[in-house]
Design a protein around this ligand. Structure first.
Ligand code: URA
Ligand code: CA
Length: 442
């Protein structure tokens, strides 16, 4: 087989075989296929697309390019959740203890990565003592005995994807549905999930900016999952404003604790109940989404979800007293309010601007080497539909280093759009894609 012929074939719009796709991924992983040929193929895929069969083959080939985690020693159906990336997305922190509290085994591997804030691990490391250092055996034992465990992602989960993603990033080939869907699903499959619940974000702060694109991405991922025997459900949710109020690491831990106590932001709580319900159903712990939702709701009301979070933190070496005493979390030195010079109703919050603002304050990594400041970030006070008076605080910056304050303030002021009339209620969930088909709520 020659890479030249494979590029030529895809360039002309002819589907690649499973053998050809395996050849490409193996060769690219072991450096026998150079970046320039892989880049040409990525562009051909971007332009020509891939059939569902090709996409499934690509996913499995990338999943097989490194470690494949065997979670068969964990009792029950392992359900993983993945979000295509939003701003201030605290859902994983809430869902992990929430679904564990009703009996869904949570065996979560997570990464750090780049972004507006740190990843789930960085956020939880805001809790004194919290550690992800454990062997695979300890990890599995903890899931079986305590219901939930978190460990760092092995460096060699889907290395082909890691290399290809970096190449796509510099060749304008990121936003291709077969390439995004295979990239995400290859990592979930290699990490050992039996079932996968996806939160596909739509809107300005998301990968897919249009509703059509988001549904198409969701359908592609559900197709892959079902094609390779992993039950997959995708929820399409809004990213036309940040989720919840907090964007920052310790700030989001606090927001997650409030939510587990039943006192969280309405949008974050609702999204967690929806995603959580599908996770509970996928795990076989409830017969349908309504029954699952009732279980989760009861767990929030009774305090069981919060107790499960404490048990989980203790098992990971963390100080569970942060749950009842927020002052034990890292605190920023200064709190600086941001106001607007105008009056009106919030009609839109450019999530990307808010996220970048939090990153500039030090909440996220600009490069792999950047250090995160766990205490800093942004807390919004106004969301879409809220009334704002001129001079009233729309947000508070939590700051340790004042260098970027002026720039971040300006970004936040730009992020808020006001209108004279209150907008109709903002929609949070646009639809659900399952094996049975696509259900649209709009
Ligand atoms: N997230 C991924 O992991 N891969 C993509 O291609 C896009 C988003
Ligand atoms: Ca949030």
């Amino acid at each position: 087989m020659r890479m030249y012929d494979i590029i030529h074939k895809k360039r002309d719009g002819i589907a690649l075989s499973q053998e050809e796709i395996s050849f490409v991924i193996q060769g690219f992983t072991n450096d026998s296929i150079p970046d320039y040929q892989m880049a040409a193929l990525a562009m051909a895929i971007f332009i020509r697309g891939m059939s569902p069969e090709e996409t499934a083959h690509l996913t499995l080939a990338m999943a097989a390019s490194g470690d494949q985690i065997d979670l068969s020693q964990v009792k029950g159906v392992k359900v993983d959740k993945h979000s295509t990336g939003g701003v201030g997305d605290t859902t994983t922190l809430v869902l992990l203890p929430l679904v564990a509290s009703v009996g869904v085994p949570v065996a979560k591997m997570s990464g750090r990565g780049l972004g507006h804030t740190g990843g789930t691990i960085d956020k939880l490391e805001a809790i004194p003592g919290f550690s992800i250092e454990r062997s695979k055996e300890e990890f599995i034992e903890q899931v079986n005995s305590k219901g939930a465990a978190l460990m760092g992602q092995s460096g060699s989960i889907a290395p082909a994807d890691k290399k290809l993603y970096a190449l796509r990033d510099v060749t304008a080939t990121v936003d291709s549905i077969p390439l995004i869907s295979s990239s995400i699903m290859s990592k979930k499959i290699a990490a050992g999930a039996d079932a996968i619940v996806l939160d596909v974000k739509t809107g300005e702060g998301a990968f897919m900016k249009t509703l059509e694109g988001s549904f198409a991405l969701a359908e592609a991922m559900v197709n892959i999952g079902e094609n390779v025997g992993r039950h997959t459900i995708a929820v399409i949710s809004d990213m036309d404003q940040p989720l919840g109020y907090a964007i920052g690491n310790a700030l989001e831990v606090q927001e997650a604790i409030d939510t587990l106590r039943g006192q969280g932001p309405a949008d974050l709580t609702e999204l967690c109940l929806v995603l959580g319900s599908y996770m509970v159903v996928a795990a076989g712990v409830a017969g349908n989404a309504m029954e699952a939702r009732a279980k989760l709701h009861e767990s929030l009301e009774s305090g069981r979800a919060l107790e499960t979070f404490k048990t989980f933190l203790t098992a990971q070496g963390g100080d569970a007293s942060v749950v009842d005493d927020a002052t034990r979390l890292p605190q920023a030195a200064k709190k600086i309010p941001v106001t607007l010079p105008r009056t009106g109703f919030v009609s839109h919050i450019h999530a990307e601007e808010v996220g970048t603002g939090a990153m500039l304050l030090g909440a996220g990594r600009e490069t792999k080497e950047s250090e995160i400041d766990l205490a800093v970030g942004i807390v919004l006070h106004k969301k879409v539909g809220d009334r704002v008076e001129a001079g009233e605080a729309i947000a508070t910056l939590h700051v340790n280093d004042e260098k970027r304050v002026a720039e971040v303030t300006e970004r936040l002021q730009r992020a808020y759009e006001l209108s004279e009339q209150k907008q109709p209620n903002h929609r949070l969930i646009f639809g659900v894609v399952t094996q049975q088909g696509t259900e649209r709520f709009v």
